[in-house]
Design a protein around this ligand. Structure first.
Ligand code: SF4
Ligand code: SF4
Length: 466
């Protein structure tokens, strides 16, 4: 007679608190839709480039479930470890890290290796049939993992970046000199970073002030007449376009002005996304709360908030929502605002110039009609826009700047973007919405892809505006 097994199924061995905290990993039903082989599809670049199942959403979800099960057997609750570990635990974490270096086995390291390969591109969130959110449970795993093991210096640099850039922008020559010099590059590489971008030498506030764009405060917006308020928008800054592509922010203000609108500039506050990506969840929650409080105070005026970079802007809809609920501000993508602003304006009978767009993969997979919205906007400007199918560019925020990932990042670019850029990149009609994507094309192919806002600025200046 076969004895009746009394061992609970693996997932049932996970404690309820851990099941709740890592629900995204437990919801994977194993259907395998994430094993996508189409190079021109956004779904899971890390799986596609490695063909290693541990580097797929399903593989990562399975590893986290097993990790939770093993922790449950040891009586450890990983859901309790999302706060920033105290400095007092530094010696203990240093000791654990040393033992790990000496080869002490811990299943956590295998989970960590799988999480390290993830680009946090969020294509799984948009394309998995049950919306398995790998970046969400990855961040929770990293928070718990670094409660036991030290963080690498790279994590600290990346999470400080948003606070560092506005200060560095006062001395751009010094910053650029350091990141471009041989010793500076060696120092950054020793901290795990490569191909660090250079500042533009412009700062958003004075640059926009020269266009007559004022800083948005609740008082200043509150003093506007209803008619002026109806024609206003608040530009929400992000560190990357603000300091590495300042002219793009200026162009957005110019397009708004050309359409008869009054752009305002929200005061700069870190968005916090790099903190989330590195799993510094308590620090992310604090940064998000500060930024959201400022933006919410502006939002109550009824003036729309408009971001520029898709990845940073969509953070307000996912990570901010998860952390803050209703206190998360509503920030529009530029094309969403443009569609509203252009409502009712005549569309030319014939579309003249033709352009092509490679949307950021988070935007393509997580923001509904966002890519098609650009088509509608361009049609009002008398231009035809084709949205090209593509995979991930491989940069994904800071992923492609991490020394250990640079090779994979370039291989991901070669799978889909490289042939498209080789075919269409030099004709000046190929655009990309993501800051990361444009910087990847510049780094690898030495091609400066334009953002759609830059093309619209040129169309407006050429008299093709609506
Ligand atoms: S597509 Fe989603 S549910 Fe299906 S195996 Fe992949 S992660 Fe799991
Ligand atoms: S975030 Fe991107 S790389 Fe990571 S598992 Fe999801 S699809 Fe794959």
């Amino acid at each position: 007679m076969i004895p009746r097994l009394s061992i609970a199924p693996p997932d049932r061995q996970i404690e309820p608190a851990a099941r709740a905290a890592f629900g995204d990993a437990l919801s994977c039903n194993g259907n395998g839709a994430c094993f996508n082989f189409d190079a021109d599809d956004a779904m899971c670049p890390s799986w596609k480039v490695t063909r290693d199942r541990r580097h797929s959403p399903k593989g990562r979800a399975g590893l986290v479930r097993e990790w939770l099960r093993l922790l449950a057997r040891q009586g450890v609750d990983p859901s309790a470890g999302h706060g920033e570990p105290s400095w007092l635990t530094l010696p203990r974490r240093a000791w654990h890290s040393l033992r790990a270096r000496c080869g002490e086995p811990d299943f956590s390291h295998e989970v960590k290796a799988a999480m390290d390969g993830c680009l946090a591109c969020k294509s799984c969130v948009g394309q998995c049939p049950v919306k398995v959110d790998v970046p969400a449970f990855r961040a929770r795993f990293l928070a718990a993992y670094h409660g036991r093991y030290l963080r690498p210096p790279r994590d600290w640099l990346l999470s400080l970046l948003e606070s560092l850039l506005p200060v560095a922008a006062y001395v751009p020559a010094l910053y650029n000199g350091v990141v471009s010099s041989g010793p500076g590059r060696m120092l950054l590489r020793s901290c795990g970073l490569v191909a660090t971008p250079r500042l533009t030498g412009l700062r958003p506030e004075p640059s926009l002030a020269r266009l007559g764009v004022k800083t948005a405060t609740p008082d200043a917006i509150g003093r506007l007449s209803p008619e002026e308020r109806g024609r206003s928008l608040v530009l929400v800054q992000d560190a990357f376009t603000g300091y590495f592509e300042t002219r793009l922010l200026i162009d957005l203000a110019r397009v708004a002005q050309a359409l008869g609108y009054i752009p305002w500039l929200a005061p700069y506050k870190p968005n916090g996304k790099p903190l989330h990506v590195t799993g510094r969840l308590a620090a992310f929650a604090r940064a998000a709360a500060r930024n959201a409080a400022m933006l919410k105070a502006l939002e109550t005026s009824g003036v729309p908030l408009v971001g520029l970079d898709p990845s940073m802007t969509l953070t307000y809809r996912s990570e901010y929502r998860s952390a803050l609920g209703e206190a998360a501000p509503q920030v529009l993508l530029p094309q969403e605002w443009l569609l509203r602003a252009l409502a009712g304006r005549a569309r030319p009978a014939r579309l003249g110039r033709e352009f092509q767009l490679l949307p950021h993969c988070t935007e393509r997979t997580n923001a509904g009609s966002a890519a098609d919205d650009w088509k509608s906007v361009f049609a009002v400007f008398g231009a035809r826009l084709d949205i090209l199918p593509s995979g991930c560019c491989g940069m994904a925020g800071t992923y492609g700047h991490e020394a250990t990932k640079r090779d994979l990042s370039e291989r991901i670019y070669q799978m889909s973007w490289a042939p498209i850029v080789a075919r269409a990149g030099r004709q000046g009609r190929l655009m990309a919405t993501g800051y990361s994507c444009r910087s990847q094309a510049k780094l690898i192919d030495a091609i400066e892809l334009k953002h759609p806002i830059q093309v619209l600025t040129a169309l407006v200046e050429a008299g093709s505006g609506p």
